[in-house]
Design a protein around this ligand. Sequence first.
Ligand code: TXA
Ligand code: MG
Length: 319
Amino acid sequence: MLKSATSEAIIDAAARLRRGECVAFPTETVYGLGADASNARAVAEIFAIKERPSFDPLIVHIADQAQVGGLAAAWPASAERLAAAFWPGPLTIVVAKRAEIDDIVTAGLPSVAIRVPDHPVALELIRLCDRPVAAPSANPFGYISPTRAEHVAAQLGDRVPLILDAGPCRCGVESTIVACDGDGAVLLRPGAVSLEQIETVIGPLAVAARDAPVQAPGQLASHYAPRIPLRLITTPAAVTLEERRTSALLTTAPVSDSTGFARAVALSATGDLGEAAAGLFAALRELDAVGLRRIYAIAPSDQGIGRAIADRLRRAAHR
Ligand code: TXA
Ligand code: MG
C-alpha cells in the first residue's frame, strides 16, 4: 500500500517495523526497503522480497550517531571525522561490527555499514522504531534503484505492506560507501558525497577496484541495469542512423548531433551534474519502458558527483 508520509503513516510504519514487517521509506538518495536490523526473520524478508542473494550485505540506518555504539566494535578517527562532516547525509561508513549483529545483515562479514540518512521521514521513522533499520534500495535485485514511491509500488507493491511516499529523492544516486579501519579509509562505492569532498576531510583515499569482489559484494559489475541493453559511447557519431531510429540517447547535458534517435534525454539542460544525478534512475526506468531496442549513454567524467553517475552507467552497461 502506498501512503503519503504523514505523521500518522510514519507512526504506523514504525509499529510495523517493530512487529517484524518490512516498510519502504524515502531517503535523500533513493527509497529504501527497511526492516528492524535486530530481527533476523524480518531482515530475511527483505532478501526474499528483493530476491537479493544472501552474500550482499545491507546498510544499517540510524537516527543519530549515538546509536553507533550498539553496532560498531571500533570507531576509528577517520570514521569520527567523516560522521561529523557528513551525517546526517548520503555517506555510509563501514567499520568492524559488534558480535551481536546477525550475520544475515552483514552477509557474514566482520564489518557493518552504517549511515544516518538526511531525510525527515527516514529520521522520524527510525526514531519512532527506536531500533537500527536495515535497508537496501527498494528495487528487485540488480534493477534500477527507485527514486520515487511509484517506482517501488510498480515493482514491489504487492510484496511490501506499506510504502511511505514523500515525493522524489533529492540526490537520486545512492550513498557513498567508505570503509574505515585503523590504517585508513577506502572508497567502496562512489555516491552522492563526492570523493573530493571526502578527501577534504580525511585526506587522500584509496579507491576499491571497480569489480573488487571482497570488500563490497554488492558492487557487482552488472547492477542498476535496465532490461534493454545499455551501451556506453563517447559521441553520438558512434551510432548509425539506422540504429538511432530504435534507440534512445541518454546524456547529462544536451549534445549536438542527437537527431534521429527515437528519444534523446539530456538529464540537465545546463549540464548540472547534481540535477543529472537526481533524474538518472527515473530516466533509465522511463527509457526501459517505451519499447526501444537499446539505450546509448554518454557518461560524465569521474569528477564530483559525475563519478557516481559514470559508475552507475558502467554497471548498467555491463552484461
Ligand atoms: O543510499 C543508500 O545507500 C541506499 C539508501 C536506502 O540508504 N541504500 C543502498 O543499499 O544503496 P544497497 O543495499 O542497495 O547497497 C548496499 C551496499 C551493498 O551492496 C554493499 O556493497 C555495501 O552496501 N555494504 C553493506 N555492508 C557492507 C560491509 N559490511 N562491507 C562492505 N560493503 C558493504
Ligand atoms: Mg541497491
